[in-house]
Design a protein. Sequence first.
Length: 341
Amino acid sequence: MHDFYADTKSIPTKPMLESILSAPLGDEQKGEDPTTARLEARVAELLGKEAAVFMISGTMCNEIAVRVHCNPGDEVICDSSCHLLNYECGSPAALSGVVLHTLQGENGIFSHENVRKAIRPNSRYMPVSKMVLVEQTSNLGGGAIWPLETIDAVAKEAKIAGLVTHMDGARLMNAVVKTGISAARYAQDFDSVWIDFSKGLGAPCGAVIAGSAEFCEQAWRQKQALGGAMRQSGVLAAACLYALDYHIEQLAADNSLAESIGERIRCLPGVKDMLPVESNIVIFDVTENSPTAAEIVELLQNADILVGAFGERRIRVVTCLNVNQSSGDRLVQALSSILKG
């Protein structure tokens, strides 16, 4: 299969798996796993933060950030397309009792003026505006990359109002390799930020959240409470360290392949309203007289190609180390045949 459904489908390479065999191990809960500790220290430095905590998933990073930063009844300001709202099972409400105040950004990116207007006045009748969340890159925004000046302005607006800032950095490193702006620079005004290893970086699972030492101490407590604490977690952390050493350049290749695919798909009959392709995600709509997204997905699957339907006529294509230029050519050729009828 040529699997463009999601970069979460990336399969660890053989050298990545072999790196686990020589990883020194210990009990993570006792602070005795040296491989996990090395990963946490490295990510903290990468993100310019005081400390970091290894988590089993990015969803856990988001949910723990909400639990640490917010009290029940508080409000989180975020885009309507963000992962926290759409793909985390309603957990902000279920686990933390918080309200999500959604903004209608452009491709998942909102402005500091949007934030200013969303912040609640001090009133006993209203939720307390507590946290602003930014998703870099914006998944449902087509992998849109937040411009640095926009991120800075949003963070500044939040800080002026006394709000906490949190970055969902699931694909932050895709933005880094595309723009040349460091992860630490993107994250400098955020109280917490995390990166994912199970997407473009190709590890089997894992994410690391970073912030102040105090935040990370509280994050570890929540990790324990939610059942996320592990024992010899170095078997997972070793794959993440390998990814940092050898798979960062792969993200640049993924971005480039997505751009190439997007340029060719954009010209096909029946394709309309393609979102800007800025990283490793291509999202586009098809016209009313074309097959539906579900029908296209099925026809492509018959040709050993996997993509995702994200609406009646919206399709998402995601590149990662599972696919290459030849896979991209097959996708475009097959999609062209389908749309030409």
